[in-house]
Ligand binder design. Structure first.
Ligand code: ATP
Ligand code: MG
Length: 246
């Protein structure tokens, strides 16, 4: 579904992506993990057309989309969410989600109807008329997901949708994310909440200093000394390796 080959991107003197290659199979959940500053968000932004790569290629759904603008990539079905969620605070939840629906629906009434349907799927049905900035953090994260889903994506790039949630809220979001995949959407998710990674992801790609340093099942990468050293630490690694995850 998605194939990234030798992606490079620098910001001035900072090399954010130093040759990233990865592939994601259709209808799977893959986690992208790694330390702060590893280049995870930059990888998403470059794949989704928000940054041009300095070199390298991105293929999605059989097309070379390298250098396409974000809206054209979204129309093909590849949509990212943002690590720092930025809803239109004064707009209602319904209208925020309708912005996503407008990618494929021109009419206002149709977009709002689609927004309502998506809101119900994401547990935001009771919040439709609230201004987005009245939602607590967990609601804003769900709203970010809803806006992306309303575009009817074939693949979503989720940037830390669990960040800032308490353990109960994380647990509540797990089945929602599984249901999105079961609905036919391929997922690549950046996540620091390793419990969520272990529960959801069948594959895990580890990025450090702009390079892929490991990939495999969560249990595989949790056993990898290079990953333990660069990111997980001994404690988290041994907990994950003993899990029957993925
Ligand atoms: N727009 C930008 N301008 C300049 N430097 C940037 C920009 N975006 C990212 N960087 C730099 O690129 C590197 C990778 O950043 P990125 O945000 O991709 O990391 P990340 O893996 O998503 O980290 P985190 O887990 O903290 O979100 C960092 O050194 C960061 O400071
Ligand atoms: Mg990031």
């Amino acid at each position: 579904m998605l194939e990234v080959r030798d992606l490079h991107r620098r910001f001035g003197g900072v090399v954010a992506l130093a040759g990233v290659s990865l592939a994601v199979a259709e209808r799977t959940i893959t986690a992208l993990i790694g330390p702060n500053g590893a280049g995870k968000t930059t990888a998403f932004a470059t794949i989704a057309g928000f940054h041009r790569p300095d070199s390298g290629h991105v293929r999605f759904a059989g097309r070379d989309i390298t250098g396409w603008p974000p809206e054209r990539i979204a129309r093909l079905g590849l949509v990212r969410t943002f690590q720092i969620v930025q809803p239109f605070g004064g707009l209602s939840v319904r209208d925020n989600i309708a912005v996503g629906a407008h990618l494929h629906l021109a009419g206002r009434a149709e977009a709002r109807a689609e927004a309502e349907a998506v809101a119900h799927r994401l547990g935001l049905g009771a919040d439709l008329d609230k201004p987005a900035n009245a939602l607590p953090i967990a609601g804003r994260k769900r709203l970010e997901l809803a806006r992306a889903l309303a575009t009817r994506p074939r693949m979503l790039l989720l940037d830390e949708v669990m960040a800032g949630l308490n353990p109960g809220e994380v647990a509540a979001l797990l089945p929602t994310i599984r249901a999105i995949r079961d609905g036919g959407v391929t997922l690549l998710m950046i996540e620091h909440v390793m419990q969520a990674v272990a529960e959801l992801a069948e594959r895990c790609i580890v990025l450090a200093e702009g390079r892929v340093i490991a990939e495999g099942t969560v249990a595989d990468v949790a056993r990898d000394p290079v990953v333990i050293d660069a990111y997980l630490g001994e404690g988290a690694a041994s907990r994950l390796a003993s899990d029957d995850a993925a």
